[in-house]
Design a protein around this ligand. Sequence first.
Ligand code: HEC
Ligand code: HEC
Length: 484
Amino acid sequence: MVNKKPALRRLFALAAASSGLAALTLLVGCNDSSTLDQQILAGGVATYSTTHLTRFDLPAPTLTDGEKADFYAGRALAHQPWVKAPTSTTARDGLGPLFNARSCLGCHIEGGRGTLPADDTEAVFTAFVRLSIPGEEPQLGSVPEPTYGQQIQTQATGLMAQLGLPPGPDDLKPEADLRIDWQYHSHTYPDGSVVELRKPQLDLRQLSDGALHPDTLFSLRQAPGMFGTGLIAAIKQADIDALADPSDTNKDGISGRVNQVWSASEQTMVPGRFGWKANRPDLEVTVAAAFADDIGISNPLFPSQPCTRAQLLCQQQPNGNNSDGFEIPADLLELVVEFLRHTGAPAARLTEKHNAGQMAFNLAGCQQCHEPSFTTSENAPASHLAGQRIWPYSDFLLHDMGPLLADERPDFQATGSEWRTAPLWGIGLQKTVGADLSLLHDGRARSVEEAILWHGGEAAKARALFEAMSADTRRQLIAFVEAL
Ligand code: HEC
Ligand code: HEC
């Protein structure tokens, strides 16, 4: 075998010299090719190949026949468009009456992230706006806006709304037409190079039931990736807790907190893990809440229709409930959970040439929050999820990201400026799969570079170190992230 190490050492030396960070390189110590090799199997045995990739919601390659059957049945349910009740196909009616999309894949494009419109001539489809007013509501995590509830639903089952025509007085209307006005500004690096950044301004048109409460808080959230979710669920809570440092006792400027959220299945407060503010505890609750809030499908965990007490016309619409009072029963809900549990994670496209980028990533301190790897629990519910070394690049903790990223809307214990570290695996494949890149919780960043430049608060130091690097080193760092 050829020894690659001398060549790699030369690469590091070059990278370090070009960014003036040679001294630090010695402190950070060894990065050798073996770590890059290990990372290629980003999801352990649940890693799928990315050659000819057209979608992210692919099965882990080692599923048993039984797991495969559940995966494909669940994936079909996640893809299937729901229809308005009543219909003869009772298995998939009950859409809405207010909703954001007809299927999970309507927002999670090919199982990946959503994408936001380039300007206000197009309505927003793969993102939604959560609403609340100040105050505390332990089970919902925030107090719903009194008329519109916790989420603006931009579609309705009313016939005129379906036809895209102006509604009559008895026709159920969408709660609003959601548009985004992007506000642009230039960002200048210390070396003089300039990048254009954009920030969303919400434009809620044609509100169906009058004005919003004057103190309404808004949170625009776009759909994150929906893969590797079973692996994320299989990380031991103790391993995440071990990374938390709520009062920054080690004084590195980075705290990291676990959100505590209500679990509709366990009927108690538990640590949060999914969602942009770690506001959902586990896959069951995440899926059940998505059915109820995003598609308007009632289920055993969330049995209500998406109508508030103020929305009489909405309440009067027929529902698709079965004899137990649910539009999707527990066994079908579980199939969608099984589908998510058995999705794999994409293989990293890392080669020796990414060593310099990985070193720059560590020098900037990105890995302080984007924790490279975990070993999943031995007690995970399937063998391909158990005891796997995985590389999601997130600590799944909340961090204060400063005022520029803040939405000022609390979610359980997350403050208006705290966000969960976004996992980075698969980030560079989004374009391969055909969607424009829309990064960060509200999709404002069109590239990895833009995403980094929005980092503030606890991540301000990492951003500043990134900005101070030479253009070459910045490119190497970005290329490394895009190969994860
Ligand atoms: C209207 C768009 C939309 C639809 C439809 C939708 N989602 Fe989502 N999904 C989102 C958004 C936005 C988030 C982030 C929510 C948050 O921060 O609370 C999300 C979060 C998730 C997550 C958490 C991922 C993570 O890494 O934290 C999973 C899993 C998920 N959705 C699965 C589903 C499933 C299954 C369905 C269908 C039953 C579905 N979604 C329907 C937009 C959507
Ligand atoms: C203090 C913790 C912290 C540090 C340090 C940090 N990040 Fe992040 N990162 C986050 C959080 C939290 C988010 C999600 C923010 C949001 O959505 O508003 C995020 C989001 C991202 C995203 C967008 C991911 C997506 O799916 O939208 C990228 C890319 C990223 N970080 C790269 C980096 C790089 C590169 C560095 C080092 C220069 C870095 N981060 C340093 C916490 C951190």
